[in-house]
Design a protein around this ligand. Structure first.
Ligand SMILES: Cc1cc2nc3c(=O)[nH]c(=O)nc-3n(C[C@H](O)[C@H](O)[C@H](O)COP(=O)(O)OP(=O)(O)OC[C@H]3O[C@@H](n4cnc5c(N)ncnc54)[C@H](O)[C@@H]3O)c2cc1C
Length: 327
């Protein structure tokens, strides 16, 4: 049996720890935030809630499909069948896209909670530095506390945060410098009455907003008040990292007005959230996940793609490599 430190309690970190514990090893997870789930995030407000990170997920891989079936059986996720639109040349038309979409229920991180049982998790612990101690590792957090010793360190934080922790000289480091992650501003709004908008989800191919969703149409959510979540494009976000909430609200309302059949009802509450590392950028290098010389591993959506499914697949791949190293 070996003992591993996992940095990050998103889907990839929790999946990795669960797999390694199933194989008879011990894991401790360190998470900088108060809760688990990472970019699978739902914020609760007074009388309403909204998913401001990942909006839904899709399934392509057969092994992931089996996993999702288990999540469905546990009641951690549900099918979401939105009526989808697309805005092109100023017009909203129905989208022909009919692929199956799933959401965590009642919150996006429900499956992460479900899978965390029996896992040793330190929250509010931002790992700041890794120290090699003979052939093991010690971790330091940003308040100077130390943890360890561990047989391997498995980093599942987004690219820039993992890169900042990787010791120089690790062979994992080089391709990371050729990959990027892009930011996204999210704005959520609750309305006093129904908006009458025909679509539950809208992709836009023009303007500064790339996606809008009626969050309250997702299964497991209260249908009232009606809640909308809008995501701004990566380019606009990158150019407006300090954008004011009222400015973004105006842009969201202008877009929703184009979709609504009548005047929008009053907005009762709203919040914004900036994701500095939302999705993987277009330049993507092949990333090696396991450094056997240093006993260091990498997982996370960005190591193979940019979707929730990639986060899960990357954790399963790294778990296999680590299990082989200790077999
Ligand atoms: C706006 C937005 C929209 C998205 N839409 C979709 C979508 O529609 N469909 C889809 O499939 N995917 C979508 N995604 C992507 C999806 O959310 C991710 O693929 C998935 O959640 C990644 O999981 P992860 O475990 O790899 O990383 P994360 O969820 O980012 O987890 C990493 C964790 O590491 C923690 N961490 C970072 N640094 C440290 C440190 N130094 N010490 C301790 N902890 C640390 C973070 O707090 C975080 O909890 C979206 C993401 C965003 C932000």
């Amino acid at each position: 049996m070996a003992i591993f430190a996992v940095v990050g309690a998103g889907l990839s970190g929790i999946t990795l720890a669960r797999e390694l514990q199933r194989a008879g090893h011990r894991c401790q997870i360190f998470e900088k935030s108060r809760g688990r789930g990472g970019r699978l995030a739902t914020r609760r407000r007074e009388g309403w809630q909204a998913d401001h990170g990942a909006q839904y997920f899709t399934v392509r891989d057969a092994a992931f499909e089996t996993e999702v079936q288990h999540w469905l059986e546990q009641g951690w996720v549900s099918h979401w069948q939105p009526k989808l639109g697309v805005i092109e040349r100023g017009e909203a038309v129905e989208s022909p896209d009919d692929q199956a979409r799933y959401v965590g229920s009642p919150t996006m991180n429900a499956m992460v909670h479900g899978m965390s049982e029996g896992i040793d998790l330190y929250t509010k612990t931002r790992i700041d530095r890794l120290e090699r101690v003979e052939n093991q590792w010690r971790l330091w957090d940003d308040s100077g506390e130390q943890y360890g010793l561990f047989d391997a360190i498995l980093l599942t934080a987004p690219l820039a945060q993992s890169l900042a922790l990787l010791p120089s000289g690790s062979r994992l480091e080089v391709p990371l410098r050729r990959t990027t992650m892009l930011p996204t501003w999210a704005v959520a709004m609750a309305f006093e009455q129904p908006t009458g908008i025909e679509f539950d989800g809208v992709f836009t191919k023009e303007g500064v907003i790339s996606w809008a969703a009626r969050d309250s149409s997702k299964p497991g959510r209260e249908p009232e008040p009606e809640v909308w979540v809008m995501h701004f494009t990566a380019q606009w976000t990158a150019n407006h990292l300090d954008a004011r909430e009222d400015l973004m609200q105006q842009q969201c309302l202008t877009m929703l007005r184009k979709l609504a059949p009548k005047d929008l009802p009053p907005m009762v509450d709203s919040f914004k959230h900036r994701w500095l590392y939302a999705r993987t950028g277009p330049a993507h290098a092949e990333i090696q996940q396991w450094d056997a010389e240093n006993n260091l591993g990498l997982a996370g959506d960005w190591t193979i793609g940019d979707r929730l499914e990639d986060a899960w697949l990357s954790a399963m791949r790294l778990s296999k490599a680590v299990q082989q190293a200790w077999s």
